[in-house]
Structure formats: C-alpha cells, structure tokens
Design a protein around this ligand. Structure first.
Ligand code: ZN
Length: 402
C-alpha cells in the first residue's frame, strides 16, 4: 500500500470512518465530542444547534459519551432561565489521557494530558543518551512512563495511548527509528522495546513540535513551516492543517540541507549541513564554549550579558538558518515560518540575521517568521496531544477499549 504524501489526520473528526449507519454514528459521536471540546461547557440543546442534529439524537450520543467516560455533566445550567434547565456538558477531566514521551539527545521526558488539554502528570530525567544502546534508554523511558501513568491513574485518568517523539527518521510503520544520527541509532524497532499495554505511535520530534504549534499555538496558520532544534535541527511542513510527510515519511530534514557544499563533515555523512552551523553544539564551538547540560541557557545568558563572541556565533547561526530556509520558502511558499524547540529561546539573537537572509534571498515578498510560545515543550506536548486528538476524532474506538 502506498502511504499518502499528505497526512490529513489533523484535518477533522472521523474522516476515515466508513459510510455505513454505524460509521455515521461514530462520526456523530466525534462531532458531539469536538463541539463540547471546542466550545464547552454546552447544554445538549446547544450541542444540537451547533452540529445540526435533533435534540433526541444528540441526547443519545451524549449518553453514550458519558457512559464511556468521555463527557461529564457539570449540573444544571444557570438558574432563572425560562424552561427546564439543561445540564451543562464538559469534556471529562477523569477519562482517557494521552501519554506523550520524548527521547532527547540528553534528556527523557514523559507527560499525561487529559481530554481538556491539561498536563496532569510529568516526569523528566537528564541523561546523556548519545551513543547509548536503545535498550537501557528505553528501559529508563519506560520507568518514567509507568511513573506518569500511575500518577495520572491516581487522578482517575486512564492511558488511551503512548506517543513517543524521537530525534530521527521514523518509518511509516510509526514504530521503527530508521536513523537517529545524534543518538547513533539505526533501524531500531521501538515497538518491541516499549510497553505493549497501550496503542503506540513513534514520530519525529519536529513533526510533533509542528503539530503542537498547529493545535496549541496562538493564531497559527494552517500552512506553515515549523523549525525546531536542540542539537539536531528539524523542520516540518504543515499544509492545510496536516503534515507533509514525504514518500517514506522523512520530509523535513532541514538540518541536513547543505549551506556550504565543502563544509565540515556531518554525522549524516554529508558535508556543510545546516546543523554544522546552527545546531547548539556548533554554536557553542563557534563561541569558544564547552558543551554542557543547559546549552541554550548558557548561550542566552552570555548573549544577554553582551558577550560579543556568543552574539557573533548566534548571528552566524541565524544567517545559516536564513540561507537554508530560503531554499525551503522559495520551494514551498509557506504562509509563515515558526521557530520552535530550544531554538526559540535564542530567537532574539538569531532572528535579525535569519530574517535579513530570508528577505534578501526569497523570490516573493518576505515570509513572516514568528517564535513559538511552546518552546522546548512542543514535541512532548505534541506527542501527548496527538493521542488526545485521536480520542476526539474517534471516541467509539476508545470506548471499546475503556
Ligand atoms: Zn548532515
């Protein structure tokens, strides 16, 4: 089967469901849940008028969603209104939770997000993962998953699925890491190593970062190029509210776009890749600083104090980003570029040179560049929210597992 180039998962509720009576009911369950999620608390009558179904039909759908633990009643609406008071409905804060996890080059993190989008539990560990075998890394991550799940269960939530963000290329099976140069991992089936108790999705951290921006960002457009980084630099293109994944799922490797054809060697095997100029370690090297734990904090602190060597290194990194992004912007014409991930903490010093290169080199009018408010939390939140979105898009599938 050929996978679609364009991932429309994020484009709307229940799109892939069959056109049968049962399929119709599943779609309508999703429409009710989406309406309450987007605009709740709402009465049954308000839901009916929002989605254009009869009050009786909505009541039956709502009852099913309450039985499944996805909706809850908050009690009678404002007293004093004419007619029988309707009970206000809200998305449950005690139902399914999305478990998001992130494998970074030097950290592991896990969080639980409820259907209301609130982070209810979180655990993190700083650990140098570069060159470590996958087994022990996944062992530590699994401990964090169990800790977060236990904490979420203590609050009445149950895990609806686990989504893991990794700094590397992920196969279309959404479980195999094909290549993670900064971890030195090749063809690792994470599905075989992670707990099998929950449905699992593995994806590139830049993809989850972009989805987080799409779902949680302030007035994010539906077509944008999201750039995120820690040691590696990744990008993801969102088109019409869905990810453009490429034929094999490997689209967005901005960090390995060459900016100097004969530049330094890169772990990917290429030369002069953007990562060698604008990755965190490259910037530290250029500034004459040793790589430590809080690299962005160190660079931001020095730059704010007026350290000229650091400011110059960040200007040069910004310029390299601008050159690489010019290629992407000229090719793809996105509505905007969003700087996310750890990079966003360095935006004040990266942006002027980045924008100058983009303005100078792009064929059309300058493409606006903004900074994500989610910062380094983007990939982890995107992972957890991807599970939550899947529940909202097909609540019947989750109710079957509850
Ligand atoms: Zn490279």
């Amino acid at each position: 089967m050929t996978a679609p180039l364009h991932d429309t998962h994020a484009a709307g509720p229940g799109r892939a469901l069959p056109d049968t009576q049962q399929g119709m009911r599943r779609r309508n369950l999703a429409r009710v849940l989406h309406a309450v999620s987007a605009e709740g608390p709402l009465s049954r009558a308000a839901v009916a008028s929002r989605i254009g179904l009869t009050r009786a039909a909505v009541s039956s759908l709502v009852d099913e969603l309450i039985r499944s633990g996805l909706l809850e009643e908050l009690g009678p609406e404002r007293p004093g209104r004419v007619g029988r008071p309707g009970s206000a409905l809200a998305v449950s804060g005690h139902g399914p939770a999305g478990i998001g996890a992130e494998i970074g080059v030097d950290h592991l993190a896990v969080c639980a997000v409820d259907l209301r989008g609130q982070v209810r539990a979180r655990a993190e560990r700083h650990v140098a993962n570069r060159g470590r075998a996958p087994g022990p890394v996944i062992g530590e991550l699994t401990e964090l998953v169990h800790r977060v799940v236990a904490e979420a269960q203590g609050e009445g939530l149950w895990p609806a699925g686990l989504a893991v963000a990794v700094p590397g290329l992920v196969a279309r099976d959404a479980r195999t890491v094909v290549r993670a140069p900064n971890l030195d991992w090749h063809d690792i089936d994470l599905g075989a190593l992670l707990p099998s108790a929950y449905p699992l999705t593995v994806d590139n951290e830049a993809n989850f970062g972009a989805l987080a921006e799409l779902w949680l960002g302030d007035a994010t457009p539906h077509d944008f190029l999201h750039v995120s980084a820690e040691i590696g630099i990744g990008a993801a293109l969102v088109v019409a509210g869905g990810l453009l994944r490429g034929t094999r799922g490997f689209a967005g490797e901005l960090g390995h776009v060459p900016v100097q054809p004969e530049g330094p060697l890169c772990p990917c095997g290429g030369r002069g890749c953007l990562e060698q100029y604008a990755g965190e370690e490259a910037v530290l090297r250029a500034a004459g600083l040793a790589p430590g734990e809080d690299r962005v904090g160190l660079l931001a602190g020095r730059a704010a104090d007026g350290d000229e060597a650091v400011r110059r290194a960040l200007r040069e990194a910004g310029a390299a980003l601008g050159v690489a992004l010019t290629g992407a912007v000229n090719l793809l014409d996105p509505e905007s570029v969003v700087l996310g991930g750890a990079l966003s903490g360095l935006a004040p010093w990266l942006l002027p040179a980045l924008e100058a290169e983009l303005d100078r080199r792009t064929a059309g009018p300058a493409c606006p560049v903004s900074v994500s408010r989610l910062g380094p939390e983007g990939p982890l939140l995107g992972a957890a929210h991807s599970v939550v979105r899947a529940v909202l898009d097909d609540p019947a599938a989750v109710a079957e597992r509850a």
